[in-house]
Design a protein around this ligand. Structure first.
Ligand code: SIN
Length: 518
């Protein structure tokens, strides 16, 4: 298959980018692949909202910039922070013009607060902002005849000179696998855009959906594209305990923003002992404090007491949280919610410039799979959807210019070779893949989680080597399946994360190694 632009991933970044291309140049053929159905992305699960300065009487760009820089622990790129905050307002208007709804109070947007924000500035739709955005963008994208949507297809590898034997030093599209038939398809493209999200599935507890297996990160690594800041994995302080149907459900930070209080197993409020901002301290501080309280008590969780929030407000603002708590027989209006920290967001990723271009020509990365410099060592809550909107816009404008430039001939793209591989996989191997994935998740949670030690990182590296060798054997000797692709990517991302963690000699932002000096 040949297309002008290939977008891999269907969350807010991919959809926004594609809509912009569709609006600006109806002659370009754009193909978007989505790992599951179009709706199933990390965006869909974002509860809190988008951090955007909109109440200019109280709030200002400067305040939002300061909050972002403080959360990022001195590791943010100040210029990136500035333009993202300043351009956010216009991008939000555009999103609303495309049909996304946000909660209103009288005639203004209803704003809520989350950890690390000095003002109320989170624009949201109840506790399902991501779903509202995702659905409105899907409605919009379906209006463009030049955009083809390919659901249930997963990235296998990026096509580079390694596959073509050429020396243009570009990306030429991707090999993708159809999840159902497990056939590998070659998609040649002049521009390729990764919007594949993070890899929360590396850990046993994650707020990410099952498809968050670092596919873009793994493929970029194999294409020798540089990756930065991978040890900065943000753990969300409050995920519901236990899991529901095997999935960890997020309890939005907005619950604490509206007055929710954290209590330990003895029913005592503990956050004021750790930080003057208490429950609304930056996420890394809250997550580490909870982890310490859990270790102290020997219980598996702490409690989020929602009684300071008026019942009527809770029902109105957090209907999805209410429903999910009821699934485990907890009524938050009557009883505190058991919560634990869970892997939530990759602050690091593929290094990109201010237009989302990676170091490999023709390859862009937007959203969680990228490292723009906005989040530094710790992302400020609700800055991720904002980053996606701003960078999708910039990447789309840049791509339109690039498409007019000097690119390899159409013939070159037509002659890119098909994928070659074996055609058989045994049942035994299928079982082994599932076991390897579970071992990897346990290993990462234990040795590369909220708290690390230098010895633990060495042990993790050694254990990972065994998992890598088994995965490599399965990959080399069997038909490539979706599960093998995912495992291969997870192993690569884990390896990079462990190696980069070993190099980090200071505790900063979300990164904490007990053996580093303070
Ligand atoms: C939340 O609702 O707490 C998540 C928001 C975010 O991760 O930015």
């Amino acid at each position: 298959m040949i297309t002008d632009i290939l977008v891999i991933g269907s969350g807010i970044s991919g959809l926004t980018y594609a809509i912009k291309i569709g609006e600006q140049n109806p002659d370009l053929r754009l193909t978007m692949i989505s790992k599951n159905n179009l709706l199933e992305s990390n965006t869909r699960y974002a509860q809190g909202g988008i951090a955007v300065v909109s109440n200019f009487k109280k709030d200002s760009f400067d305040k939002h910039i300061q909050d972002t820089l403080i959360a990022g622990a001195g590791k943010c790129d100040k210029e990136v922070v500035r333009f993202v905050v300043e351009e956010g307002h216009e991008r939000l208007q555009e999103l609303m013009n495309w049909g996304a709804h946000f909660d209103k109070k009288k005639n203004s947007l209803h704003l809520t607060k989350e950890g690390g924000h000095s003002e109320k500035r989170i624009v949201h739709y109840k506790d399902r902002t991501g779903l509202e955005i995702q659905e409105s963008l899907i409605r919009k994208i379906k209006t463009f005849p030049n955009i083809s949507l390919l659901e249930n297809h997963t990235l296998v590898d990026l096509i580079t000179d390694h596959h073509t034997g050429s020396n243009h030093q570009r990306c030429y599209g991707a090999y993708v696998i159809s999840n159902l038939e497990q056939e590998i398809i070659r998609i040649s493209s002049k521009i390729t855009v990764l919007t594949t999200g993070g890899a929360g599935q590396l850990f046993s507890h994650t707020t990410n959906p099952e498809n968050a297996t670092g596919d873009g990160l793994g493929a970029a690594y194999r294409a020798k594209v540089f990756m930065k800041a991978l040890p900065f994995v943000q753990f969300h302080p409050t995920a519901l305990y236990p899991k529901i149907d095997g999935n960890t459900f997020l309890i939005s930070e907005a619950v604490r923003g509206e007055g929710g209080i954290l209590k330990n197993a003895n029913g005592e409020r503990f956050m004021p002992n750790y930080d003057p901002q208490a429950e609304l301290a930056p996420r890394d501080i809250v997550a580490r404090s909870i982890a310490k309280e859990i270790l102290k008590s020997g219980e598996d969780y702490v409690y989020l007491d929602c009684s300071p929030i008026k019942a009527e407000d809770f029902i109105n603002q957090f209907p999805t949280i209410l429903d999910n708590c009821k699934k485990i027989s907890i009524n938050p209006l009557e009883k505190p919610i058991p919560v634990i920290p869970a892997a939530h967001y990759f602050c690091g990723g593929i290094e990109v410039n201010a237009y989302s271009e990676t170091k490999l020509n023709g390859l862009y990365a937007i959203g969680e799979c990228s490292y723009t410099g906005l989040h530094g060592a710790n992302r400020l809550a609700s800055n991720s959807l904002l980053e996606s909107l701003v960078f999708s816009h910039r990447a789309a404008l840049n791509s339109l210019t690039e498409m007019k430039g000097n690119l390899p001939s159409n013939r070159f793209y037509q002659e890119i070779p098909e994928w070659e591989g074996t055609h058989h996989i045994s049942n035994e191997k299928i079982v082994a893949i599932g076991q390897l994935k579970k071992s990897l998740q346990k290993l990462m949670a234990k040795k590369v989680g909220i708290f690390k030690t230098s010895e633990g990182l060495i042990q993790a590296e050694n254990e990972l080597k065994k998992i890598f060798l088994e995965t490599r054997d399965i990959y080399m000797q069997n038909k490539l399946t979706l599960e093998v692709c995912e495992l291969r990517n997870m192993v690569s991302v884990a390896y990079l994360m462990i190696k980069q963690s070993q190099e980090l000699k200071e505790n900063i932002g979300v990164f904490y190694n007990h053996d580093n000096v303070a």
